[in-house]
Each structure stands twice: as structure tokens, then as C-alpha cells.
Design a protein. Sequence first.
Length: 240
Amino acid sequence: MTKVTLNSLFLSLFALSLSNLTGWLLTEKIATPQAGASFLYIGIPITLTIFIYQTLFFRGAQKKLFSYLMYWGSFGFTLGWLMFCFFIPLFWADSIATMTKTSFFGIIAIICGANILIALRIVDRKWKDVGATEFENRFRLADSTVEWDKVVKKMEIRPKIYLPGVPESWTNAVSILMVVLAFLGVILRVSYPIFSAFAWGIPFSIVAAFFLQVGAYIFAQACKVRTFEKNKNMTVKSTI
């Protein structure tokens, strides 16, 4: 298990600050200074919410397994928001039609929602298959601790890039296509600005969805631990 330190909290604060800076500068470049300011009206509350959440769980994460998982799970949302800030400025671009923006937003919402749901379903299934039994076997009643890393290893949880309707065997091809699209987005930004915007935005939206999936995996694990605690009327301690 990764030790919880102040460095991790400061690293998250740095990533969140970088997110706002990136989104603000890109929005000003794509649209106007006024648009950049309106981005901050959205970005700052989101980053503060994530950071305050992490701060509230920080101390408990050093002692309780549930808090530990809730703390680290939020880092998936830290990185997800950072990726979002690379393409959210597109929604302020006047050159892109409102209908196009709405369609793009719908696609992003579907991809992100699907990644979160697939994580919840996989954890639920693997917990029923092997996780619950392994947890019971690894749990030490004497000190209320569990070898959590070994429980997760037994469950074989491996986050992957996921697109609804796309076979898992295509993952490598999708990864290559994402790199190609991002590259095209950079070199065609003058000649074909609208295509460039979407070629740049789509890869980052998929990566953002992946990080949300990672966070959802950890949050789902935290829920399993919390259910165990309620059933046993006890608190599972962290082993870090």
C-alpha cells in the first residue's frame, strides 16, 4: 500500500492548479479573455471541491482503510479534471456550432459514464467471485487489519481504456489512433481549426474517462470495505 504523505496532497494541489491554468490559457487563446474568466468560474469551484475532499480524508487515510481508499480514489478525479481542461475550452469557441458542442458533450458524458459504470460492475462481480472470501482470509481480527494489496491482486483488477461498443482486443489500435489524432490536432490547427479541435479533444476526453474509471475502481473497493465494517460493527485499520 502506498504511504499517505503531505507530498501526495501537495502534488494533487499542483495538478489541480495546473488544470485551472491550462484551461484558462487555452480558453483565452481559443475564445476571449472574458471566456477565460468564465472558465475559472467553473474550474476553481471544481478544483476546490476535489482538494477540500482530499484534505478531509487525509488524516483518516493514515489510520483507516476506508478513508485510505476514499483518499486515493479522488486522485483519479484530480487527473481526470486535468485531462478535461485540455479540451473543455472548445465549448467557448465561437467557430464551433452549438449543436456540434452539444453532440460532443453528449459523447463525452456517455464515455465517462460508461467507464465509471464498468468499474463498479467489475468490482462488484469480482468481489462476489473471489474478493469477499479473500478479504475474510486475509483479515486479522486481533488488530483489525487486512492485507489489502493481496486482496486486490487476487481480484485481478486492471483498469483499461474503455469505449462502449469497442471490443477489448482493439485497445492497442485505439491507443495508437489517439496519439495520431492528437498529433493531427496540433499540426492542422491553422488549416482546419474545427477538425483540429476535435482531433485534439477526443484523445484527452478518452484519457480523462480512463482516470475516472481508475477512481471509480478504488471508490467501489472502499464501498466493499465500508459494508464489511457495518456488518461487523468495527473499523478496518490501514496497514501503512
